[in-house]
Design a protein around this ligand. Structure first.
Ligand code: MG
Length: 157
């Protein structure tokens, strides 16, 4: 068994969609990025790649590569799953935390878990997604960005 950690941050700006865990969340701002800027999936992918010591998403999907402009991060997650699969690894479980002051994410979490489980071809019971505020402190607290952490366990098949 091997463990991996991922962390990511994206800036919140007007005129962008807010996509977290593949859920399009109605909100006055969205996350800025070369891809769809799904910060939760980016942290999760980095944790998976980290667990397998396969680098990071910046290496696999460079943000100066036009192929990934506006990319659907769910498709990238699918590619990361395939990469680990080829190396003989499968996911045991993932635990993710989103750090955001607003909007309220609780109502969207079941759909995020379902999306991730479906893409990773695993049971929803292996995928945990949580959300917390940072009590108004720092860049997540003042609403200028959203951050996410992920920890995963993988095992050789
Ligand atoms: Mg990112």
């Amino acid at each position: 068994m091997r463990i991996g950690h991922g962390y990511d941050v994206h800036r919140l700006v007007e005129g962008r969609r807010l996509i977290l865990g593949g859920v399009d969340i109605p909100w006055e701002k969205g996350l800025l990025g070369h891809s769809d800027a799904d910060v939760l999936l980016h942290a999760l992918m980095d944790a998976m790649l980290g667990a397998a010591a396969l680098g990071d998403i910046g290496q696999h999907f460079p943000d100066n590569d036009e192929r990934y402009a506006g990319a659907d991060s769910m498709q990238l997650l699918h590619a990361v799953r395939d990469l680990l699969d080829r190396e003989g690894y499968e996911l045991v479980n993932a635990d993710c935390t989103i750090l955001a002051q607003r909007p309220k994410l609780m109502p969207h979490i079941p759909q995020m878990r379902q999306n991730i489980a479906q893409t990773l071809k695993t049971e929803i019971g292996r995928i945990s997604v949580k959300a917390t505020t940072e009590e108004g402190l720092g860049f997540t607290g003042d609403g200028s960005g959203i951050a996410a952490h992920a920890v995963v366990l993988i095992e050789k098949k």
